[in-house]
Design a protein around this ligand. Structure first.
Ligand code: NAG
Ligand code: NAG
Ligand code: NAG
Ligand code: NAG
Length: 214
């Protein structure tokens, strides 16, 4: 984690303290059924306040949320399932998910991501499924992006703006089973060759047209 953006332990204690004061309410437009909070399709323009701290599954899909506030999200330390599909999220930062280290399922598909900061997923060592498909302005992924997501089994990268992928980004994904790659404007130059070779030797499932589907 880079020094410029990593929050210190004091920051976490501070935000946890704030959460205790807010108690276990429910965002007024959402449905709370412990341990689940469902805010699907409520025209939310921002991450809702008052999400119960013991929430394990959070549905924020089909809203107009533009960013995920790390401070609030970080209060949900038991969160395992986060669905942010079909919103207007523009970027995820190194600290966005630091507090939700138990996440198993993360759906960021159909947003407007232009940036996934290199250490965004660095604490998500339990993550099994990650969906970042349908983010047409996402043009690159750093080679450290998946360095610590060592439990990942399903990774959906369809329909992004990705032209190139560094094969080193996949070194640590030893449990990866299915990789979705179609619908990207791949630039099939020498830089992509190493990644192509990785795909051949890895025996991954590649539904759709894989690298050729641009
Ligand atoms: C990822 O999300 C898209 C829709 O946003 C969906 O069509 C697709 O099935 C999802 N991928 C996986 C692997 O679940
Ligand atoms: C999505 O992001 C692009 C690039 O930053 C921007 O031009 C566009 O207006 C955004 N779209 C929406 C719906 O916010
Ligand atoms: C992976 O996790 C370790 C230990 O938590 C951390 O020190 C390191 O910076 C992380 N690396 C990346 C690339 O995220
Ligand atoms: C291949 O294409 C990518 C993306 O367009 C570019 O960044 C990279 O420099 C190119 N590599 C070579 C060897 O031309």
């Amino acid at each position: 984690m880079s020094l410029t953006s990593a929050p210190g332990p004091g920051w976490l204690l501070f935000s946890f303290g704030m959460g205790l004061v807010s108690g276990s309410k429910c965002p007024h437009t959402c449905l709370c059924q412990t341990p689940e909070v469902i805010c699907t399709g409520k025209q939310l323009a921002a991450y809702p306040p008052d999400i119960p701290l013991n929430t394990r599954r959070l549905y924020l899909d089909n809203n107009r949320i533009t960013y995920l506030p790390a401070m609030n999200l970080g209060l949900l330390s038991d969160l395992v399932y986060l669905d942010c599909q079909n919103n207007l999220i523009r970027e995820v930062m190194d600290y966005t998910f630091v507090g939700v280290f138990k996440l198993i399922y993360l759906d960021l598909s159909s947003n407007n991501l232009t940036l996934i900061s290199p250490y965004s997923f660095s604490v998500l060592s339990n993550l099994v499924q990650l969906n970042i498909s349908n983010n047409p302005h996402l043009s690159s992924l750093h080679k450290y992006t998946f360095a610590n997501t060592s439990s990942l089994r399903y990774l959906d990268l369809r329909n992004t703006g990705l032209q190139i992928l560094d094969h080193a980004a996949f070194h640590h994904l030893i449990t990866l089973k299915t990789l979705y790659l179609s619908g990207n404007p791949w630039n099939c130059n020498c830089s992509l060759l190493d990644f192509s070779i990785y795909l051949i030797v890895s025996h991954l499932d590649q539904p759709g047209e894989g690298l050729t589907g641009s």
